[in-house]
Design a protein around this ligand. Structure first.
Ligand code: ATP
Ligand code: MG
Length: 431
């Protein structure tokens, strides 16, 4: 056990007695050790015992009964080592980051392009606008820009512009002086000022109310803040990154977003690709999350079944990488075997594998359902916005949600049986 703490072991030699029904539990459940190839040594009288036989059959690569022939054992161990190296998955390609939680995985051309762009914009000081569908890694990208910039030793602060309570936005961002308003019992440093020397990430910038957009623009122009109730401007050395999943140009056209602020933020642009644009990365990403979660909580599960790797490539992933993270996490809880099956990931009901036998109508239905799920995910499950994007009325979208048994709030749970009598969207359709 001590050795296992210090070193990666690919082959293990274990002595099995007649009562043994499992290998030491810790060995089996310790993260990273599930690929060990075991060679058992035993007395001949062990073999008639069912439990021990099952154990050897299920958990061991080979066995040798006493008396031990060292030369034969040596050959067995060598061959087990060969098998262990076959089991080893190829390394997962990443954009590394000092903090393990921020590694970016993916080696496809679109991800390599993204890494190159991240490196380029990290070397600059101008604001960056990060665009991309929900769950594609916008926040991760913002962090990578910070981590590869000269500001990496400074703070990285995140503001979710859509989640700030409207009455407090001004003081949250810019801070306030003591007595600036009722309840301001002491001075508060705003998040912009506390990002001094670092990076400020304004997430969901499209949700920033118009009046705050003016204040933000003023700050971006002179990089100075006025605390609420303050008399002097305070210079802040901060780099601003912003992200949005809505089309800001359209928001500008509709008068919902200030054009001058848009141009000020949009000096450099980074787009995070949807997962369906780089399907070759789905499997490495799934393996990456699997290893990450196994390291957090030891699991007996060893990996994905072959069926599962086929099905995950065919799933449209409307919720992108966030959906993949959630499905891998769920599958590791649900899995009752050594390998994760499509049903553990909640993916079996789409019958993607038999697609070549589908009728044209089935293919159309599947495409319609995929497009709706993707539009809902892109629009944070706001039906009105999704309907607008799809070019249909809200009522029609509700009808289609019902037809495809899609839950508008979690669109990707694959057609859970749905009772129309309790559905909110049915009531809306009929009004
Ligand atoms: N390339 C990647 N490699 C590894 N993990 C990733 C990658 N891209 C995204 N993730 C993970 O996917 C999840 C979603 O990423 P993130 O929060 O950055 O997406 P987002 O675009 O900001 O989503 P949203 O629009 O919903 O806010 C996170 O857990 C993140 O760590
Ligand atoms: Mg985000």
């Amino acid at each position: 056990m001590e050795l296992l703490n210090r070193e990666v072991c690919r082959v293990g030699l274990t002595a099995i007695d007649p009562s043994a029904s499992s290998l030491p539990l810790e060995v089996n459940t310790r993260p990273g050790l599930s690929q060990i190839q075991w060679v058992a040594i035993l007395e001949h009288d062990v073999l008639p015992h069912d439990k021990a036989r099952d154990l050897i059959y299920n958990a061991c690569y080979a066995y040798q009964a006493h008396p031990i022939d060292a030369r034969r054992l040596d050959i067995l161990l060598d061959s087990a080592l060969g098998m262990a190296s076959l089991h080893e998955a190829p390394p997962i390609p990443t954009l590394s980051c000092p903090d393990d939680d921020y590694h970016m995985v993916g080696e496809s051309p679109v991800m390599q392009q993204l890494y190159r762009t991240i490196h380029k914009v990290a070397a600059a000081e101008a604001p960056v606008l990060i665009t991309g569908e929900s769950g594609t890694g916008k926040e991760l990208t913002a962090h990578a820009i910070h981590a590869h910039s000269s500001r990496r030793h400074g703070p990285f602060n995140v503001v979710n512009c859509g989640a700030l309570p409207s009455g407090l936005i001004q003081s949250e961002l810019f801070g306030h002086e003591k007595g600036a308003f009722t309840g301001a019992n002491q001075r508060k440093i705003g998040i912009i000022e506390s990002s001094q020397g670092g990076t400020l990430f304004l997430d969901e910038i499209g949700d920033l109310p118009l009046d705050m957009q003016v204040n933000l623009l003023r700050f971006l122009e002179n990089l100075k803040v006025f605390r609420v109730g303050g008399l002097q401007e305070i210079p802040v050395d901060v780099r601003v990154l912003a992200a949005t999943h809505v089309n800001l140009e359209k928001a500008v056209d509709k008068g919902e977003f200030r054009e001058d602020l848009y141009h000020r933020l949009n000096v450099l642009q980074v787009r995070t690709p949807a997962l369906r644009e780089h399907p070759e990365d789905i499997e490495p990403l799934a393996r990456f999350f699997f290893q990450k979660f196994s390291a957090e909580k030891p699991s007996r599960v060893r990996g994905f079944s072959r069926d599962c790797t086929v099905v995950i490539r065919q799933h449209p992933w409307p919720g992108n990488i966030r959906e993949l993270v959630n499905r891998v996490r769920r599958s590791m809880v649900m899995c009752e075997h050594r390998l994760i099956t499509p049903s553990d990931m909640g993916l079996e009901r789409r019958h993607r594998l038999s697609r070549d036998t589908d009728t044209l109508q089935q293919v159309r239905d599947m495409a319609e359902s995929d497009a709706i799920r993707a539009a809902l995910a892109r629009n944070k499950h706001k039906v009105l916005h999704a309907a607008r994007e799809l070019g249909i009325s809200r009522v029609t979208l509700y009808r289609l949600l019902e037809k495809h048994c899609i839950d508008k709030n979690g669109g990707s749970d694959d057609g859970e049986t749905h009772d129309p009598s309790t559905s909110r969207f049915v009531q809306l359709t009929s009004t």
